[in-house]
Design a protein around this ligand. Structure first.
Ligand SMILES: Nc1ncnc2c1ncn2[C@@H]1O[C@H](COP(=O)(O)OP(=O)(O)OP(=O)(O)O)[C@@H](O)[C@H]1O
Ligand SMILES: O=C(O)C[C@@H](O)[C@H](O)C(=O)CO
Length: 336
């Protein structure tokens, strides 16, 4: 059963809009931040990580975003280009804005947190006029990510991108990517998340992210089926609700809750799971695979990233994902 059809005639597979940032991941793992002294620098930002994941899987990708006019901004642009991600719509800020930083704390494989430095960041300064209609028109998929909705003008830039995608028959995917610190009030957050989600074909988020959006709804038991059903009255064809290592469930308008097997992992840190899962899942669904097989692929990609030190740099190729699945099936990988 095919739930989403991708416009095959379009030359570009995937374009994402949103933040391009820097991750500084603790080298001394299993320690609190207070005792962490050194970090390794990687490109970060959830939509950037997903795009890098899609590129590693062999998809033709592009990014729409704004970078600071400094060494960090140039590091990001260079990394995207080296990963074959088209950067014609990566705009350089000229107001002195800075690159967002995410310092990661790896206290244990299950206790990880992120300290974000996001004052006056360039990514939130992308304007609607800077979004290239022609780039979106030529892509099969547009991915939006919730954090870009937190402030103007980036918020309007995302809605502009959504309008272009609708106009040109591009499949729209929303990774909720809710990061509380970029928002001012919970009401504002829920309003803009809901307005954007109404326009999307595939919505991916954790149970907690959907809870945040449901502040105006009546779903006291946090029932996944009720959560998903609302979006089928708008544009959605697939709603995925993620539950960490318990796996995820994909709901479709026919009332089916699709589940896939998850894999064991030797976990180094938990962050990056969602981004790699998204890349693997979207790749699979774009190949015409079943929802279950696509979810399985996303789960395996997630295991590879959470077993590694970085998010972006660890995004796997198809050979790496296939190899991981085969090794799990042979019982060669066990959970940490
Ligand atoms: N400890 C784990 N072991 C195996 N698979 C995992 C584990 N944690 C996450 N996954 C896989 O990754 C998928 C997405 O994870 P999760 O629900 O934690 O997303 P997320 O909260 O968006 O991630 P992130 O921490 O990157 O924001 C899960 O559905 C599961 O397949
Ligand atoms: O999304 C961010 O800004 C930070 C990410 O790059 C980070 O590594 C992460 O949280 C991935 O889920």
């Amino acid at each position: 059963m095919t739930y989403v059809s991708f416009p095959q005639s379009k030359p570009l597979d995937f374009v994402a809009i949103g933040r391009l940032c820097i991750d500084l991941n603790a080298n001394e793992i299993n320690r609190p931040m207070e005792e962490t002294m050194t970090f390794t620098k990687y490109v970060g930002g959830s939509p950037a990580n997903i795009t890098i994941g899609m590129a590693r899987l062999g998809m033709k990708t592009a990014f729409i975003g704004k970078i600071a006019n400094d060494q960090m901004g140039r590091f990001i642009a260079d990394y995207l280009e080296r990963n074959n991600i088209e950067t014609t719509n990566v705009v350089t800020d000229n107001t002195g804005a800075v690159t967002g930083l995410a310092f990661t704390e790896i206290k244990s494989p299950t206790e990880c947190s992120i300290l974000m430095y996001r004052d006056n960041v360039a990514d939130l300064l992308l304007t609607p006029a800077e979004v290239q209609e022609s780039l979106i028109a030529e892509s099969k998929v547009l991915l939006i990510s919730g954090t870009a909705l937190a402030q103007s003008p980036s918020r309007e830039a995302v809605f502009q991108a959504l309008d272009y995608a609708k106009k040109h028959g591009v499949v729209i995917i929303f990774d909720l990517d809710y990061r509380p610190y970029t928002w001012k009030t919970s009401e504002e957050t829920a309003v803009y998340y809901n307005l954007a989600a109404e326009k999307c074909d595939i919505i991916l988020g954790t149970r907690e992210e959907f809870d945040m959006m449901e502040r105006f709804e009546n779903n006291p038991e946090k029932n996944d089926q009720i959560t998903a059903a609302k979006w089928f009255d708008y544009s959605a064809k697939i709603v995925i609700i993620k539950h960490g290592k318990e796996g995820s469930i994909a709901y479709t308008p026919d009332g089916i809750g699709h589940r896939a097997k998850s894999f064991p992992a030797k976990v180094v840190k938990t962050f990056g799971a969602g981004d790699s899962y998204a890349a693997g899942f979207i790749y699979g669904i774009m190949q015409g695979w079943t929802i279950e097989k696509s979810m399985e692929y996303g789960s395996a990609a997630a295991c590879i990233v959470i077993s590694s030190h970085s998010c972006s740099d660890a995004m796997p190729t198809t050979d790496q994902v296939n190899d991981y699945i085969e090794r799990c099936n042979r019982g060669e990988i066990t959970a940490s």
